[in-house]
Design a protein. Structure first.
Length: 453
C-alpha cells in the first residue's frame, strides 16, 4: 500500500477561515479525486484539506453538471449538496490527510467531528466499561478448524484525539441526482430492510434481492461473525451494490427504525471496488432520515476505535481455499440509551438514542436479521462469496456465533432463526444449524447473481 501525507499548517481551520470570507478560486480538479466511481482511473492524488475546503467555497454547478459520471442535473440540487458539505466540515481543523488505495482520509478531531457539531452534543457518551468480547463473547479462535482468520486493516497514524474519516466530496455526492438519493440506502427505495411479510407480496422490490435469516424477539443488540468476501459489482451493467450485514429493527410501516452494520461493495457511494465497513440507520422507514457512515453527522466516532467506517481490509476470502477464509466480528449493543457498534476487540462508536426520538429503537429492537443483499437492474451482482449456500465450507459465504442480548444484558444464542430465499434463482441460504464450540449457531448464504433475480 502507498501513502501520501499532508500536514496542515497550524492556526485556524480551513473552513473556519472560509467562514470569515476566504474565497480563493481553484480549478475544478481540486474537488475531484482522480479515481472514478468504480475506481478504474488509477491512483487518486492527494488534495490538501485546505484546498478542498476552498474549492467548496467557490464550486459552481456548471463545474459538474453534464460531466461524465455526474448525475445531478440542476443548480438547486447541486447547491443542496454543497451546502451540506459546508455544514459537515464547517470550522473543522484537520491536522493530517492521506490517500490510502484511492480513498482520501482526513484526521478529524473527535471533539469537533460532524456528529458532535451537527447534533449539538457537548460531550461524547461513555463507552461500555468492557470489551466487545465480554459484551458478546468470542468462542472461535484462529486456531480452531473452520474459524477463519481475523481480517485486519492497516492502521492510519492520526494525531491523538483525532480519527481517520473518509472525505466526503462533491465528486462523490454528484454521482447521485439529489442529496436524498445520496443518503438513501439504495436507489429508488432499494436496499431497505425487508420483512418476511413483504416477501410474500414483493420478493424483489426496486431491484433489491437478497437471502437472509430472521427472528422476531425483543433484543438489546446482538452480534455475529461474518465471512469477509469480495463480490465484484459490474457498474457498467447496471449493478449497484452487494453486501453482507446485520439489521436490528423496531417499529413497522412508516415508523420502522434500524441500526445496521456489515461490509458493502458500493462503488458509487465509496469510490472503491473493495468492500468497506459500513453502518446505516433510519428513524422513519428510510423517508427523511438515514445515511451511511459519517455522511450526515449521525454516527459518533469513539476515541481509540480499531477502525473507521468506510475503511477496507488487507485480505478477503478466496472461495475453495480453507487457508484463505477471512472473518470480521461485529454487532450492536444498546447501552445507556445509545446503540454502540462493536468491531473485533473494540468499540467503533454509537448512534445516539436521541436520533430515534420516542420510537422503538429508543428502547430496544424487536426484530433481528442476518443476511446478504444486492441491488441491480436487469443484472444482479454476486452475494457473499458468489457460491451457492449448499457448497458450504470453504466455498460459501457464512455467518456464525449468531447471538442477541436480552433486557438483563445476558448473551443468548439465536436458536429460532428462520431462513428465507426470496430470490432463489440467484441467492440461497441454508437452515440455521449448530456447529459445535467453534461456530455455535450458523448458516451459509449468498449466490452468483445474474439475471432474473
Amino acid at each position: 500500500m502507498s501513502y501520501r501525507f499532508y500536514r496542515a499548517a497550524s492556526g485556524a481551520s480551513a473552513l473556519g477561515r472560509l467562514a470569515l470570507g476566504l474565497s480563493t478560486a481553484l480549478a475544478v480538479a481540486t474537488l475531484l479525486p482522480a479515481t472514478s466511481s468504480a475506481g478504474q482511473e488509477g491512483p487518486a492524488k492527494l488534495v490538501p484539506f485546505g484546498d478542498f475546503a476552498r474549492g467548496l467555497a467557490t464550486a459552481h454547478a456548471t463545474d459538474f453538471i453534464g460531466k461524465p459520471g455526474v448525475a445531478v442535473n440542476n443548480d438547486a440540487d447541486f447547491e443542496q449538496m454543497r451546502a451540506h458539505l459546508l455544514k459537515l466540515y464547517g470550522g473543522q481543523h484537520v491536522a493530517r490527510s492521506l490517500v490510502r488505495d484511492g480513498i482520501t482520509l482526513d484526521c478529524i478531531e473527535l471533539s469537533q467531528q460532524p456528529a458532535m457539531r451537527i447534533q449539538g452534543l457537548k460531550s461524547a457518551a461513555e463507552a461500555p466499561p468492557f470489551s466487545p468480547q465480554e459484551a458478546f463473547g468470542t468462542k472461535a479462535t484462529e486456531g480452531d478448524k473452520m474459524a477463519g482468520q481475523q481480517a485486519h486493516v492497516e492502521s492510519v497514524a492520526c494525531p491523538k484525539g483525532s480519527f481517520a474519516m473518509p472525505r466526503v466530496t462533491l465528486e462523490q455526492m454528484t454521482r447521485f441526482d439529489t442529496i436524498g438519493a445520496f443518503f438513501a440506502k439504495g436507489p429508488h427505495g432499494a436496499g431497505q430492510v425487508h420483512t418476511p411479510e413483504q416477501d410474500i407480496e414483493q420478493p424483489n422490490t426496486n431491484g433489491h434481492a437478497y437471502s437472509y435469516a430472521y427472528q422476531y424477539l425483543n433484543n438489546w443488540g446482538g452480534q455475529s461473525t461474518l465471512s469477509l468476501n469480495n463480490p465484484y459489482v459490474y457498474t457498467n451493467e447496471g449493478e449497484v451494490f452487494s453486501l453482507m450485514q446485520q439489521w436490528y429493527v423496531g417499529g413497522s410501516g412508516g415508523s420502522t427504525q434500524t441500526a445496521e452494520v456489515g461490509w458493502q461493495n458500493y462503488p458509487s457511494q465509496y469510490g472503491t471496488e473493495n468492500p468497506v465497513l459500513f453502518s446505516y440507520y433510519t428513524a422513519d422507514d428510510y423517508n427523511r432520515t438515514g445515511c451511511y457512515n459519517y455522511t450526515c453527522g449521525a454516527f459518533v466516532q469513539y476515541g481509540g476505535a480499531p477502525i473507521s467506517l468506510g475503511e477496507y481490509w488487507n485480505h478477503y476470502s478466496i472461495p475453495g481455499n480453507a487457508n484463505a477464509q477471512y472473518i470480521i466480528t461485529i454487532g450492536y449493543y444498546f447501552y445507556q440509551g445509545n446503540w454502540w457498534l462493536a468491531y473485533g476487540t473494540g468499540w467503533v462508536g454509537y448512534y445516539p438514542g436521541s436520533l430515534y426520538g420516542s420510537g422503538q429503537l429508543s428502547h430496544n429492537a424487536t426484530l433481528v436479521e442476518f443476511g446478504t443483499e444486492s441491488v441491480g437492474s436487469s443484472v444482479w451482482p454476486a452475494e457473499g462469496s458468489g457460491q451457492w449456500a449448499s457448497k458450504g465450507w470453504p466455498y460459501s459465504g457464512f455467518q456464525y456465533n449468531l447471538e442477541y442480548r436480552n433486557s438483563q444484558g445476558s448473551l443468548l444464542s439465536l436458536t429460532g432463526l428462520t431462513s428465507t430465499e426470496p430470490s432463489p434463482k440467484c441467492y440461497t441460504d441454508t437452515p440455521e444449524a449448530y456447529g459445535g464450540s467453534t461456530w455455535e449457531y450458523y448458516f451459509y448464504l449468498g449466490g452468483p447473481g445474474g439475471t432474473g433475480c
